[in-house]
Design a protein. Structure first.
Lengths: 388, 388
């Protein structure tokens, strides 16, 4: 029986993780739950799963004896074996480090943790011999392909659905609305990830994550657009052989694998791929020109230091601005690029350096935009930033 | 340094195995060579690789001090670590058993060994804790996908190129000539395997091999036609996740993996897949009606006993008859089916039972056909056998 703490239990990944735990009562139980602003759902989850400890942004009164603790206390609690980090934004950073320092296994679904603080996170995991198991479908795929392989791979091939606008021209992209962008053709995900997926910024951040998770240089990580989202990623080995992991595009599969690892468990609620319906798998190199967010993110990863943290923060602000109709779809990547170009990076940053860079990027980006619902006042500045 | 004995060194797989050994002089050396009728090539191989022992069907005089031994003596020789069994037909059966009884690792490229005597071979390997590593691209793919996986897979998906005639109608198939059938669109292989590949009999025999190699029931082994031959096979696990092994269709890759296992070695002579050229991977269920050899072979495997040995022998005779223009392409499967229907199988056969079944099937099949180069005299008998 593995005892699980779910951070971000009311979000998309958190809810699906609880579905898995619910379906496998002989293998999994909930030791802790931490939610954000959706207090009503969190309350219901606490009532159903009866964790020993919980955390909520506003202190809840529970009738079932669950103890209110901080996320850092929760993840180092002796009753917790595996911590699922599925929080939004940078909220998972400190609890992830606390979990690793307590030697816990971290099932990592928060992109920002490794993108912002990959160097620190990987070092702490190594120091405390704690394991990070990826939950993202792409990184889970690579992790699965690497099982039983001792030699260093030659190349990682991250697949990308390409999002709903992969065939759009530059001018069509400029006119994409938030409503259109929130309708992802394949994956059911949170709003932020869905927009990042449409700009391909998400894939760039995943390249940075893959760099830290699998200790490979950026030049050994490629992106392939694969609209069917059946091949979740691939690994090429030094002898020319490749392995791919495939499956129905359903986040519950990689979530369950992160919890069952190194075993695999039968779960009748999970879908099996029907090869009568899968007739074609197509692949093409990613277009870095029409989707500059991808290149921006990979470049930020290569530059290292506090650049990736700045991009994460600027992108989060930019996605919010886009969702509230204040900047255009194609502005999102420009905002990130503009912030990177004005940032003075710190090499081998401490957690404080990273959080300072995050705060700087938010302040810098927000300063460009009025809060009165108008189009950006400094639009030309953003574009000037891009053309430097 | 692994010391390799190559049985069948003058055949297609044997020559490619020697290419690999030649390219990796720090990791591999030749301890023994055994060839068939191509004495001139065997002589050159002995001169180049200078094995300690050799076997030839007609005793060669070597100038380099290599000792003439039987294949059984060779495979149990203390200087041999890995035995590549790449002989044609049933010639590999006895040496494979001898190698396993001596605790040697067998890199198995001969289909007949497991198809004819799977039960005995698997039992001897287990008894003597000897390993069988598959060399066939499909089984190597499955073997690679199973590395690091402890749980029993849910399904194996063997891919098939479909051969050169997969879109042919029944009447077009009946008119296929040996010359057409020998031109395989993707794989460079020996003549027998190339014809079996065009009838899909080969894939059926591979299903039987997979059954024995991976201890899975026949109903858990499917065939998918995949004309690009990039995905070499797949494994579906109980949780709905699948792994595939991919690569350039080049037999040297699985041969090298069988020798490097569990490591992977860089070999600059091996091709790497270029994703700029791989744009589409297509899959479809195999057509058992137009390619009855596939169904015949799988049914023979399910029936077990001496049936698979009978099919192997009858198919070998039938392919020879087709290559000498004495029966039609579509007759090949009928010959196999006819032999199976007249055979009295022995359950859990001994090696003697298997060899007796092989001899019976050859005799039975040859009795149908005259040796004067005419079309089969008993054509109606063959067709009658099919329609029962």
């Amino acid at each position: 029986m593995k005892r699980i703490a779910v951070l971000g239990s009311t979000g998309s990944i958190g809810r699906q993780a609880l579905d898995i735990i619910h379906a496998l009562p002989d293998q999994l139980c909930v030791a802790g739950l931490a939610g954000g602003s959706n207090l009503e759902l969190l309350q219901r989850q606490i009532d159903e799963f009866r964790p020993g400890v919980f955390y909520s942004s506003v202190r809840l009164e529970t009738g079932c004896g669950a103890e209110f603790v901080s996320m850092e206390e929760m993840v180092s609690h002796p009753d917790v074996d595996v911590v699922i980090v599925a929080t939004a934004g940078k909220a998972g950073l400190s609890p992830t480090l606390a979990a690793l320092r307590a030697g816990k296994t971290v099932a990592l679904a928060s992109k920002e943790v490794l993108v912002m603080a990959g160097e620190i996170v990987v070092r702490e995991a190594s120091l405390h011999q704690a394991h990070i198991i990826p939950v993202d479908s792409e990184h889970s795929a690579i992790w699965q392909c690497l099982q039983g392989e001792d030699s260093r791979p030659r190349r990682l091939l991250l697949t990308a659905s390409g999002g709903p606008f992969y065939r759009y021209s530059q001018s069509q992209l400029a006119k994409v609305t938030p409503e259109q962008a929130l309708r992802h053709p394949v994956w059911k995900m949170g709003r932020k990830v869905t927009i990042d997926s449409a700009t391909l910024m998400n894939k760039g951040l995943e390249v940075i994550e893959a760099h830290w998770l699998f200790s490979l240089p950026f030049d050994s990580i490629s992106v392939l657009v694969h609209p069917q989202s059946i091949v979740h990623s691939m690994v090429e080995f030094t002898d020319g052989s490749l392995k791919a992991q495939l499956g129905h595009p359903d986040m519950r599969l990689p979530i369950q694998y992160a919890l069952s690892y190194p075993e695999r468990w039968t779960n009748t609620e999970l879908p099996h791929l029907d090869w009568n319906n899968v007739q074609n798998l197509s692949f093409e190199p990613a277009d870095y020109d029409r989707f500059p967010g991808l290149k921006t993110a990979v470049d930020a990863g290569k530059s290292g230091g506090t650049y990736p943290a700045v991009l994460c923060a600027a992108d989060e602000v930019a996605v919010d601005l886009f969702l509230s109709h204040r900047i255009s779809f194609t502005d999102i990547a420009r905002v990130g690029q503009g912030a990177l170009e004005h940032h003075e990076s710190v090499a081998h940053p401490s957690l404080e350096d990273i959080l300072a860079a995050d705060a700087w990027a938010r302040g810098y980006t927000e300063r460009f935009f009025s809060c009165d619902g108008e189009r950006p006042r400094h639009r030309t500045d953003v574009e000037a930033g891009r053309s430097r």
